[in-house]
Write a protein that binds this ligand. Structure first.
Ligand code: COI
Length: 354
């Protein structure tokens, strides 16, 4: 792809923005006026278009619907106090997107198409970026195989798209989490580290079972012993025990290398909190809880941002955490929100100007 990427732009005749109540936005329900669409054919990306948000016309035999060659990303755009739009770490999501693509035997998407395409799309729809606390423009890039063939093989053709959703918080309240010992999300050698659509579809049954028991989400454990913490439904997980932050490491390839996870590790280090990326067993968590150690438990993710976990259900035990005593998680949440919304200096170069 060349520096002068050719994107054809067709604008809507009438914006839908005035029909939207920007003060009351659920997560991921409303979409902006435009979307980006590109096709991979004969070994190259072409037909790059920004056009009015609209349904796709697809053949019922399109490969992604049958065999799940589909990946996605989640990124957010914000406005600073002066109303200038920024995207949070899009290059990092681009890198992870191509890691997912490789694992799912799909073509890489060039940075220019991913980041510059996103920048141009958002610049067109920037009036849709909410400026309310905890609200943002959620960016959903995705790719799926588009061959019309029911043979099981990688497609020759793919579609890459970006859609935008002005959104409120994903989890509005502190969460109750069920420690899942029966169903598993990922195994070493599997696709746990990829943001593959099927990972989320495969998680729904266990999540629904946990919801029936009154929980919001599951905490996935390792596939062999159901003993070591992996990640929560839609987010990475951190345990502060005493003054140490512990989060599972990435080396086994069973959890998603979250961009928010990485940002939180950086900020914890800067706050002087020791961060350990390592195996963390449920026995260690139970022992710390029973010993009355100071504990803060939270999830991190683009959609989830920093989501406090107020209860962990494990076997017949309920571990509850007193959020009023937490210091570290609220400080991290404040810092990352202040950086994203322009109230604190971006010393890491995380905010990409639109
Ligand atoms: C994200 O945090 O962006 C995610 O993709 C999680 C979920 C909404 C699927």
């Amino acid at each position: 792809m060349t520096a002068a990427m050719d994107i054809s732009v067709t604008r809507v005749e009438r914006s839908k923005l005035q029909d939207l109540d920007m003060e009351n936005l659920p997560f991921g329900k409303y979409f902006t006026d435009h979307m980006l669409e590109a096709d991979f054919e004969n070994g190259e990306w072409k037909n790059i278009e920004i056009k009015p948000y609209q349904p796709l016309l697809l053949s019922p035999s399109v490969a992604a619907l049958h065999y799940g060659q589909a990946i996605f990303e989640g990124i957010k755009a914000y406005k600073d106090r002066e109303g200038h739009p920024f995207i949070f770490r899009p290059q990092d999501n681009h890198k992870r997107f191509n890691i997912s693509a490789e694992r799912m035997q799909m073509p890489a998407v060039p940075e220019e198409l991913f980041v510059e395409g996103m920048r141009r799309l958002i610049s067109l729809d920037q009036a849709w970026i909410p400026m309310k606390n905890d609200f943002s423009l959620y960016i959903r890039p995705f790719m799926f195989s588009s061959d019309e063939l029911i043979g099981v093989r990688p497609s020759d053709t793919y579609k890459f798209m970006i859609i935008l959703s002005p959104s409120g918080p994903y989890y509005a309240a502190p969460m109750r989490i069920y420690v899942e010992e029966k169903y598993v999300r990922a195994v070493p050698g599997g696709v746990g580290y990829a943001k593959a659509a099927g990972n989320y579809g495969a998680a729904m049954y266990a999540t629904a079972e946990a919801k029936k028991k009154g929980y919001d989400q599951v905490l996935w454990m390792d596939a062999f012993e159901h003993k070591y913490v992996q990640e929560c439904g839609t987010m990475n997980v951190f345990f502060i025990i005493g003054n140490t932050a512990i989060t599972p490491g990435l080396e086994q390839g069973t959890i998603l290398g979250g961009v928010t996870r990485n940002s939180v590790i950086t900020l914890l280090n800067e706050m002087g909190v020791t961060v350990e990326e390592r195996d963390l067993s449920i026995d260690e968590i139970v022992a710390a809880y029973k010993a009355g150690e100071h504990m803060e438990v939270f999830g991190t993710g683009t959609a989830a941002t920093i989501s406090p976990i107020k209860e962990l259900g494990y076997k017949d035990m309920s571990m509850t955490f007193d959020l009023d005593k937490w210091k570290i998680a609220p400080a991290i949440k404040k810092t990352i929100t202040d950086i994203r919304e322009g109230r604190q200096a971006d010393t890491h170069g995380w905010m990409y100007k639109i």
